[in-house]
Write a protein of this length. Structure first.
Length: 235
């Protein structure tokens, strides 16, 4: 579905309309024909589809009316941004799926109760990829240890996704991303964590990362890009 913003005509479109995709990158707006993507039915795809199907059913059969109502209260208080940069409010159902999909992706059990702190968690600007090991195919991350101190709703983990490695001459990256793992509270408190690469990488490549913070009460931050790492030496 395409999103359209009207002004003295149409001033912004994002999404697909009648076989045409409208989007924007750093060079401006562009239009291209819509193509049907190949569906490889990968293990990762099937896992996410199974999680979404399970959570959609669980919303209706596993939660009480009161619990659904509290998710709606949380949703009404939390402002989000759409693809046009406009402020919107999702539904309680949307937030339940959004947060619990992240929870299940990490291998944890779904959480029925809605967050009681009515805001999204802040990103961790100190999070960086500080080292890589080509032989072991791992990346080491450094994060802000103060963010793990109990403050009413401490971090449960930082979810990390890796971008497909690119030539060192690339200066920006959009997709594809693949989930790596999460830095849990024990690793986070230590300040560093080493995660296995999701895409194989080699000397001379540049690798981007995307992160999200999830808290004990299941508040899930917006994703943000971590500064890219240039693979320059095999340690």
């Amino acid at each position: 579905m395409g999103l359209v913003r009207f002004g003295g005509g149409i001033i912004q479109i994002s999404g697909s309309i009648a076989g045409t995709v409208h989007a924007r990158n750093r060079f401006g707006n562009y239009i291209r024909p819509r193509t049907k993507p190949v569906n490889p039915h990968s293990t990762r795809q099937e896992k996410i589809r199974a999680i979404l199907s399970y959570l959609a059913e669980y919303w209706h059969t596993g939660l009480t009316d009161t619990q659904r109502g509290l998710w709606n209260v949380y949703a009404a208080a939390v402002a989000m941004k759409n693809r046009l940069g406009e402020t919107i409010h999702l539904t309680g159902y949307n937030h339940f799926i959004r947060s619990n999909c992240a929870q299940k992706t990490m291998g944890e059990t779904e959480v029925d109760a809605a967050p009681t702190i009515l805001s999204l968690p802040e990103k961790d600007p100190a999070l960086v990829c500080s080292e890589e090991d080509i032989a072991a195919q791992t990346f080491t991350f450094t994060c802000d240890t103060s963010g793990w101190v109990a403050n009413g709703d401490p971090k449960f983990g930082i979810m990390i996704a890796q971008g497909q490695p690119q030539l060192a001459s690339r200066n920006f990256f959009a997709t594809p991303w693949r989930y790596m793992d999460f830095i849990d509270s024990t690793e986070g408190a230590a300040g560093t964590a080493t995660l296995a690469a999701a895409f194989p990488f080699a000397l001379g490549q540049r690798v981007w990362f995307r992160a999200r913070i999830i808290t004990d009460s299941l508040r899930l931050s917006e994703p943000w890009q971590v500064d890219p790492r240039d693979v320059v030496a095999d340690v």
